[in-house]
Design a protein around this ligand. Structure first.
Ligand code: ZN
Ligand code: ZN
Ligand code: ZN
Length: 456
């Protein structure tokens, strides 16, 4: 079923599957990974000696600037040491027993990866991380579940995001996931809570009793003894007489706890400042930055699982930019009159042949029934929204005109047939979505036609 092939010009090997055109690159050391040669790779098998090196490898792979390469299925060999500390970052554990499962996973992830749009439309870093995370989750059909992690700054790590960001950035992973929740891409369910340092958000805290006067942890603690008979209360030391306890006030011997006496509380003495007190103050020392925190000052982070919503799935497939306007810059829409569009068209046709790439004319027609139920003012608002969606996919020099609320025309310069086809599909999908989300369900609500620019 499996065959190992040695590459002619390198030390790397590829796993091939009988009757399946799938290539899985086998990597034994970090140095063997060439991130630029992942074009024809369907998956990667990490077979390092240590989990540390495996982690370094998965970080390099998942941080790839090319989104498709960053999301490639990556499996880890069952032979890697301390596998349990790292395996949640991989798509599966490869061994003789798991081969058939791995093959299925490979195929399923590959199919999902093909469904998605990898263009990043002017997303800021956080938004593009959210989009990658949604795409990861979607392609794996996997919920973001927190995994306990000794190396994460807050004690928990998540698949994908926790390797793309560094261990110290664990609080930011939570921030990003929470943002995905706030924007409606995920639903979350609380799994745990963790307290964090007020200064550095670290979760490794040493809780101990301290002197309320000088803060020292060097305390001597003694039980207080309450003699029932004479009501005297003093530290245990004061009652000690050889092996027995004797009351320093009334000189009676104390025999039975609960009958003669009890220990109502304890007494602390600070070895640094000699302060005596009953209630020591519990403080949390941050192991990372060394700051002492009072308990009331600690941060409280919710550790949750995050699951994609239908909106999150849409964002994974078609891009995040179309979903909510809330965090985006207002889009500038410059629709021109039809005469101007015709003028540009004429110019472009006369220029034809000078450029290697092709120019295109497109039109979007909205089913007339969709607009008929709206007041003219509302129609104009919808028209602007439609223009905004189309503008999203046009370049700076491209031209858009909207002769009526149900008709839109545009010119797109210098695109290959493949990319113009993609643009057409994106416009069609996103306008259909605007209609189905905001207006209602119609058969064939949008028709997008694109043709090569020609005379007449
Ligand atoms: Zn003290
Ligand atoms: Zn007494
Ligand atoms: Zn700290």
């Amino acid at each position: 079923m499996f065959e190992l092939i040695q590459h002619p010009n390198s030390s790397s090997k590829t796993l091939t599957f009988d009757n399946e055109s799938l290539n899985v690159l086998v990597i034994n050391r970090v140095g063997e990974l060439d991130v630029d040669s992942l074009q024809n790779i369907d998956g990667i098998l990490v077979q390092t000696n240590t989990s540390q090196e495996a982690k370094e490898l998965i970080r390099i792979i998942r941080s790839n600037r090319n989104r498709l390469h960053a999301l490639v299925p990556v499996f880890i060999s069952s032979t890697v040491s301390k596998l349990h500390t790292i395996k949640y970052q991989f798509d599966g554990v490869f061994s003789d027993d798991t081969k058939p499962v791995i093959l299925q996973q490979l195929k399923s992830i590959k199919a999902k990866l093909r469904e998605m749009n990898y263009e990043i439309h002017q997303l800021d870093y956080t938004q593009s991380l959210i989009q990658s995370a949604l795409q990861f989750s979607y392609s794996r059909e996997q919920i973001f579940e927190p995994a306990r992690s000794r190396t994460s700054k807050i004690g928990y790590a998540y698949p994908f995001l926790s390797v793309v960001l560094k261990d110290e950035e664990a609080p930011r992973v939570i921030e990003i996931l929470n943002k995905s929740y706030e924007e409606g891409y995920t639903v979350k369910q609380t799994k745990d809570k963790t307290h964090t340092c007020r200064t550095c958000s670290g979760g490794y805290l040493n809780y101990r009793e301290c002197c309320p006067k000088c803060g020292s942890a060097d305390l001597k603690t003694e039980d207080l003894i309450h003699h029932f008979l004479c009501a005297h209360i003093a530290p245990e030391q004061d009652y000690k007489k050889e092996d027995a306890l004797e009351c320093p006030k009334c000189d009676k011997e104390l025999r039975h706890i609960g009958i003669d006496y009890d220990k109502p509380s304890s007494m602390h003495t600070c070895n640094d400042c000699s302060h005596q007190f009953q209630q020591a103050e519990v403080k949390a020392l941050c192991i990372d930055c060394g700051k002492d925190n009072e308990l009331s000052q600690l941060g409280n982070i919710e550790i949750a699982s995050y699951e994609l919503t239908p909106l999150g799935e849409q964002a994974a497939k078609y891009g995040i930019h179309i979903q909510t306007g809330a965090t985006e810059q207002p889009r500038k829409v410059n629709a021109v009159s039809e005469q101007i569009l015709e003028l540009f068209k004429k110019q472009e046709i006369s220029r034809e042949g000078l450029s290697e790439k092709l120019s295109w004319e497109g039109s979007v027609r909205i089913h007339p029934e969709i607009m008929s139920g709206f007041h003219v003012d509302q129609q104009e608002i919808i028209q602007k929204e439609m223009c905004a969606i189309i503008t999203n996919y046009l370049g700076k020099a491209d031209v858009l005109s909207s002769p009526s609320t149900i008709w839109y025309r545009f010119l797109v310069y210098d695109q290959t047939p493949e990319s113009i086809e993609k643009i057409g599909k994106l416009i069609q999908n996103n306008i259909s979505k605007l209609i189905s989300d905001g207006i209602g369900t119609f058969d064939n609500p949008v028709e997008v036609l694109i043709s090569k620019l020609t005379n007449g």
